[in-house]
Design a protein around this ligand. Structure first.
Ligand SMILES: CC(C)(COP(=O)(O)OP(=O)(O)OC[C@H]1O[C@@H](n2cnc3c(N)ncnc32)[C@H](O)[C@@H]1OP(=O)(O)O)[C@@H](O)C(=O)NCCC(=O)NCCS
Length: 292
């Protein structure tokens, strides 16, 4: 094992593609997105790669963020059986040494063999739901509300809305404005506001991403950050926002749509999506190590 470097990225991409092909992971962002995500990543301290005869056979990257539950890390490990487990173990140890409260590992359904033995517990399913974009449901505007996007909504509002609507989401971790809307197309950052007073009530963010040889019609319109403030829930806002987002993603060139949802969402968010035509396409498992 040695620390990875940004120059390893092309070889890591090949390794990670093999993970998707083997069903251990669900999908791989394209290289441009990964480079953006890893622009300020501390490779030396937070990554390791495993080589065998010059071939890259394993990797682990650890990303962390503060949350109300303490520091939360995501351990992104790749490789076959023993290599994978060794990579996870390295990431979990680093997480604990860095003072994390929780280290999370996402794996394909049924792919978590051996994780229990190294101190992780299977905590919940994580679903990817897909939908085609051929015929979108007709959804009427919710009386008393209007929709706006980042062409008119002032900066700063997205961060506030994301952090307030997601405050009761499992393992919520606050995010900054750049991370939420970043370089997203402004018309794919949607907000519901009250018609009188223009008070922000719900949001969703979309992006169009090409996943290469993935079986979904490409590019895929990814719907994320769907959130309604508690006092505005159960009025149809999330349904309206997501259907409008699907229309905009299709206009932006997407040929299918996907979103991710907590399989144990207490607000049953998956039912909201199911009602507008999304179906579960893949199921991942979330494993966690927790440290006192
Ligand atoms: C999940 C969440 C986005 C749903 O937002 P919402 O605006 O309440 O969603 P909707 O109003 O469109 O639908 C919610 C329910 O209200 C029902 N509903 C819609 N209009 C209604 C109305 N006028 N009267 C009563 N019920 C109504 C819907 O049928 C739906 O029922 P279901 O729960 O049985 O499926 C919201 O609970 C939330 O922000 N949760 C925290 C963040 C989160 O978990 N986001 C999802 C991440 S994937």
């Amino acid at each position: 094992m040695r620390p990875g470097t940004a120059d390893d990225l092309p070889r890591l991409m090949r390794l990670w593609k093999a993970e998707v092909a083997a069903g251990r992971q669900d999908m791989l962002p394209n290289e441009r997105t990964l480079r953006r995500m890893l622009a300020r990543f501390d490779w030396e301290a937070k990554s390791r790669v495993v080589e065998d005869d010059g071939r890259m056979v394993g990797s682990v990257l650890v990303m962390s963020r503060p949350s109300p539950d303490g520091i939360l890390t995501n351990v992104y490990a790749a490789g076959e059986s023993e290599v994978f487990l060794a990579a996870v173990e390295w990431g979990v140890r680093l997480s604990r040494a860095a003072g994390a409260s929780v280290a999370q590992v996402f794996v394909g359904k049924g792919q978590g063999d051996g994780l229990g033995a190294i101190g992780l517990t299977l905590v919940r399913p994580w679903l990817r739901m897909d939908r085609n974009l051929d015929r979108l449901p007709e959804v009427a505007a919710v009386p008393g509300y209007m929709l706006a996007d980042a062409t008119t909504v002032p900066g700063g509002s997205w961060e506030r809305m994301f952090n307030r609507t997601f405050a009761d989401h499992w393992r919520f971790a606050p995010r900054g404005e750049g991370e939420i809307i970043g370089d997203h197309a402004p018309e794919l950052c949607l907000m519901a506001l009250t018609s009188t007073g223009g008070s922000p009530s719900g949001i969703t963010i979309g992006e169009v991403e090409d996943y290469g040889d993935d079986p979904r019609p490409q590019p895929v319109g990814l719907v994320s950050s769907v959130g309604t403030l508690p006092e505005h829930r159960r009025r149809g806002l999330a349904t309206w926002l997501v259907v409008e987002m699907l229309r905009r993603l299709r206009d932006a060139g997407a040929r299918s749509a996907s979103l991710y949802v907590d399989g144990q969402s207490p607000m049953k968010a998956y039912d909201v999506y199911r009602k507008i035509g999304f179906e579960v396409a893949t199921e991942a498992e979330v494993w966690e190590a927790t440290f006192s």
